[in-house]
Design a protein around this ligand. Structure first.
Ligand code: OFO
Length: 181
């Protein structure tokens, strides 16, 4: 059974993952209406992925006899000055998520809940990938040069390729218990 401090820490992480999903949905919508179809594809996949991250926490908390709480919806920003600013925000957001995971991991370690610490390791690894992807996108933006004529078009074409290569994880693939045979 989860102790209360660990349960609260995991429920805090649910809030963060839910907000991540909301934020990327708002970003996807902005990209779509501005004509950045490749970036929108990537961010629509990202919003789904974040929901899976949230659901994985739900399953874990409830499997350990805690109570996973559905968080309030926070309204994310709806407007961005450019695609460059938007992806800078993505990187900043993912860095904040990594800090938050580390805080929850610290609570689990302090409470000597090594099962939860082991569970959170999945998120630690996931964050390495999420931050690396955001940095990779910003590197592409720098290489193409946003001030080049057609730069935004080329950036979006690169995002289209990244989106096509991205497979959204399913809940079954990330839950601790294997699906029943
Ligand atoms: Fe849940 O990984 Fe991004 O935020």
């Amino acid at each position: 059974m989860l102790n209360k401090k660990v349960e609260d820490a995991l429920n805090k992480q649910i809030v963060i993952e839910a907000f991540s999903s909301q934020l990327y949905l708002a970003m996807a919508s902005w990209c779509e209406i501005k004509g950045y179809a490749g970036s929108a594809d990537f961010l629509y996949k990202q919003t789904e992925e974040e929901r899976i991250h949230m659901l994985k926490l739900f399953k874990y908390i409830n499997d350990r006899a805690g109570h996973a709480i559905v968080p309030e919806l926070y309204k994310p920003p709806q407007d961005f000055t450019s695609i460059v600013e938007l992806f800078e925000e993505v990187l900043k957001h993912e860095q904040m998520v990594s800090d938050s995971i580390n805080k929850q991991l610290e609570v689990a370690m302090t409470e000597k809940d090594y099962t939860t610490a082991n569970f959170l390791q999945w998120y630690v690894n996931e964050q390495i990938e999420e931050e690396a992807t955001a940095r990779h996108i910003l590197d592409i933006i720098k290489l193409i040069g946003k001030d080049n004529p057609g730069g935004y078009y080329l950036i979006d074409k690169e995002l289209e390729k990244i989106a096509a290569a991205k497979t959204v994880t399913t809940l079954n693939a990330v839950t601790t218990n294997p699906p029943a045979a």
